[in-house]
Design a protein. Structure first.
Length: 219
């Protein structure tokens, strides 16, 4: 038996990653593009946890299906944790990945301490409110210039020393083995049976009723 999980995003990159990470599990992944337009979620939480839950819970309530959302970001030590929860809009509300990376590299000019970490929090929510939370982190170094053509977001400027590559130089499989999101989803996959039981026990059950026919006769 398969369960539909709605990924609360229109991002094809995140969707493809999730489908790959949960391949072989009893889950059918859909994202917001598979449904009609729904109101946008305002990500005004103060933490990754706040935003992940808000996105998952709102999507689940609107669609009546269990939903999963992640809030991920880059924490740069020399910038006091920036861009953090503002990672996706670091260079502005509708900034592209390239613009965000460019701003980060500009902020990091002449800074020797280039330690950084990607952090990911994943929330699996149901329409009535409860949620499961998973989180993971991956530590690395900010490059001085973008390197690599794969991935998305800050992947070209995030160097992972154990692999001697940026995330943008890795194959999808390599990245999923070590990334913040990959680690979190690996934990989810390892507990997928428990998650399915939790969803079955907590998802609202539809009332069953028998249709009755009423005939009016004429006298």
């Amino acid at each position: 038996m398969h369960t539909t999980l709605v990924l609360a995003t229109y991002n094809d990159g995140k969707t493809d990653e999730m489908k790959t990470l949960l391949k072989g599990s009893p889950v059918i992944i859909k994202n917001l593009s598979d449904f009609g337009p729904i109101p946008p979620v305002i990500e005004d939480g103060e933490t990754f946890d706040d935003n992940a839950y808000k996105k998952a819970s709102f999507t689940s309530r609107v669609l009546g299906l269990p939903a999963i959302a992640d809030d991920s970001g880059l924490l740069v030590e020399a910038l006091d944790g920036a861009p953090g929860i503002y990672s996706a809009r670091y260079a502005g509300k509708n900034a592209t990945d390239e613009q965000n990376c460019f701003k980060l590299l500009e902020q990091m000019k002449n800074i020797k301490n280039r330690k950084a970490a990607f952090q990911c929090v994943i929330s699996i929510a149901i329409p009535t409110g409860p949620a499961l939370t998973y989180e993971a982190k991956c530590e690395g170094i900010i490059t001085e210039t973008p390197v690599g053509l794969s991935g998305f977001g800050y992947d070209p400027v995030f160097f992972y020393p154990p692999k001697n590559k940026t995330f943008a130089q890795m194959t999808t499989q390599e990245k999923n083995e070590v990334s913040h999101r990959g680690k979190a989803f690996q934990e989810i996959k390892s507990e997928i049976d428990k998650i399915m039981i939790w969803l079955d026990q907590n998802m609202p059950k539809q009332d069953k009723f028998e249709a009755q026919s009423f005939c009016q006769g004429s006298s």
